[in-house]
Design a protein around this ligand. Sequence first.
Ligand SMILES: Nc1ncnc2c1ncn2[C@@H]1O[C@H](COP(=O)(O)OP(=O)(O)OP(=O)(O)O)[C@@H](O)[C@H]1O
Length: 907
Amino acid sequence: MGFSKANEQRKRVLTAIGNMRHQLGLVLGSARAARESAEIELARLKLEQQIVRVGIDKADEDADLAEAMRHPLMTGVRDQLKATQAAFHADAATVPARLHELVGRLAPGPAGRAWTEWLGRAGTGTLTVPPLWRIGSSTMDSAGPFPVAVPLLDESHLAITSAPRSRAGVEALIEGLLLRVLSSMEPGAVRIHLWDVGQLTAVLPNLYPLSRTSAVTIYDPTRLEDLLDELAGHIRRIHAQTMQAGHTSLRSLRETLGQRTEPWRIAVLFGNGENFSPEAMRELRRIAGGAVAAGISLIVVDLPTILGGGVENIRLLDETHAVTSMTGSALVVDLDPPIPPTEVSGAAARLAEALITRQGGPRTFDDLLPTELGQESSAVELRAPVGFYEGDPVEVVIGDGTPHALIGGPSGSGKTNFLYAMIGSLAARYPPSELALYLLDFKEGVSFAGLAPGRRDKSWLPHARLIGVNVNTDREFGLALLRFLADELRRRSAAAKEHEVTDLAGLRRQDPDGKWPRIVAVIDEFQYLFAGRDTVTNTATALLEDIARRGRAQGIHLVLASQDIAGIDAFWGKPAVFEQCTLRIAMPKARRVLAETNNAAFTAPKWHAVLNHDSGVAHGNQLAHVPDASSREIFMALQQKLWNLYADDHQRPRLFDGSVSPLLDQAAEYATLSPEGHPRALLGQAIDVSDAACAMELSPAPGRNLAVLGTAIAEALSIMDAAARSLARQYHPDDVEFLVCCLVDRCAPVVDQLVENLHADGHQVVRLTEDDLREKMVKLAEEPAEHSRILLLYGVDGALPALEAKQPGEFKSGLDHFRTVLKLGPSRKVHTLGWWRSTARLKDTLGFGGTDDIGVWAALDVQGSELSAFAAGQVVHWSPRPGRALFFDRTSHVVPEVMIPFDRPEF
Ligand SMILES: Nc1ncnc2c1ncn2[C@@H]1O[C@H](COP(=O)(O)OP(=O)(O)OP(=O)(O)O)[C@@H](O)[C@H]1O
């Protein structure tokens, strides 16, 4: 049923109910109508009232009245009243028929018909509930009996007051109503909560078979607050959810979505004629006020206080008779006869079975997926089921209210599996143009690697833009991701400003052709980002705070996962990040992810997760069983489908694997090098979101020389080799001369190989020995610059003793000439790329002239403290590690960056 149609029908119901009340009131002798027609004359009016009070036909018997009626001014009063009464009666005669029609229509099937017609069958209703539910019948004067029905779900609460010895009648009335509801709506659509202040054993014992299922929950009589807390929690959560989607009630959200996101709930509270404690009463009134809009109806028995939020009253006169607010106080309602207890419990057992069958066994990953892939828009938010609770899907929402998520759980509790379930469910709903994923795992292992093209399976997840694995030692990669996100944030803010909007939804409206997917960055074991007291930690903190605070509006979302939040000291100094993670997901036994007093994670069973969209406060808890999503075949089946659907239009994700050094030949930039512009020597792979190389430009400016520093041979050779080979690609053979000198015997074969390669490419290569060096330096310092010359000096510190020695009679030593080459060479197209095995030897080489002539360096196993002299005196943080170098180019860096020397498989 469409929204407007439902609305219209509701209006009709209310009008009909109003009419019914009005007519009944008049017919039964209320003076209201009479008063209206007799306003002119107070006396006439008063007389009318008196007549009405006594009864028109009995007025004569009252001497005073008879006297008054004979008064000349009062002539016609009684006749007029009689005429009005006749008209009302004529009209009233049609009321029963109209009510039959009304109730037949608005309380269809089990909602209104006799139990013999439906008892024991599970309902089929899904999205809309009948507006009225029959409780009995009544009669008016001469007119025949008519059905009496009350509104309940989505409409109203019920307050029932018992009469002495009418408890059985009350129970039968409620049982009847509940069975009508359960038999109208499909299994699982309605949850019933039962509480009885005095009943220590069973409340509504005939419904007992249902209490083994989620349909009926019975609460401890001494623990009213448990029920009230739970109801308040549901209301808050549902309220937030509906408001978020721009609705004021669960009903309208349901009708717009065409989907039930929450069950209806009925809470039955049996009191004893006294109020509960003042706190409980306050809470109950609050609940009553917000419950109906959250699909929750209260049925309270024998509670003196009047609740708000729309209540119908039923007051029992004895076990089988009642008066109701629907029919007015003067009409007695004959309650429908109780359904025999054995029939009730039999039906309850059958309904329980139907529910269990429907909830079925555990749901699978496939049950999380929509029937059609990629149909959703992320303009407003991201929403996807990640698990099931008693057969119903439980969703994760990433959007305005919950822009970022924090996931915690000890090792093996299923965090990675949860991430797969979430990624899969999202990717199945949103096309890559709506959702871009950046996935980073600091753990050792390959958790996300399967989402990138692999050797066994060439498919990849088209939504993934970046997959980082084995980055546990490369915290800089985490930093690079955060920088990228912060840049994207700025780009989006600027675009939003330009279009005069404030958020992603607005930007997408104003710029429908722009590419503005929501970005979800998943960082598993994110605490590695904060693993040291260093600049990485400080920078990561600042960036994370910025993204956490401003990402919401620009559709950039963080999903931070960690084994143990308690262990992340650094996190507690960052309340901004923590507070912005309003979506909390706690795996079983997770600590600190939820609010301090919220212990739901401790009791969560295996393969479950507690989802909480309220910053971990208990009322937001939603338990979900998460299906296996991480077994390879399971996720791959989805990935294959998505790949077939989207791969043609989307680039493969960049895979950064910290355990694998890339090859120069496979570096994107190497392939595109050509002899144009200033040559750039590629030195290694940048630790960056994009596939970029660290490079130095050989411009004719002072300082354009490279020093590789340290004793790590493999890395040093790699950097020298990459520099030479990449430069070779950028010169025509006649334009350059390579001058190669190797002073480390162990390296000779590698250098030979390089020389051979350069030759093979047609380049001029001159091999120099230690003895040649001095003479060559003299020439280089003096000769005119006809073509470029690249000096490749391996272990150049080894040549220092020889260079330092002055030839007899000569004014300058070889070292002096070398210094001149370093100083003046670059402007004369002579660039030195040298490997020094210690910083001290490099300083000796440069002498007192300062370090300016080495504008670029790559440090290997050298302590940071030794490097500050080469980085304009700044404090350099560097803990040397195998396979990594610290790269600094004075012209382009503020601080040095970590670089991955290319792999050279032959070593
Ligand atoms: N819902 C589930 N159903 C079935 N198996 C699961 C489920 N969740 C996890 N598993 C299995 O349990 C194992 C551990 O799960 P997972 O790797 O997700 O845990 P984790 O919390 O990420 O642990 P760690 O932090 O050590 O990686 C895996 O073999 C996974 O396949």
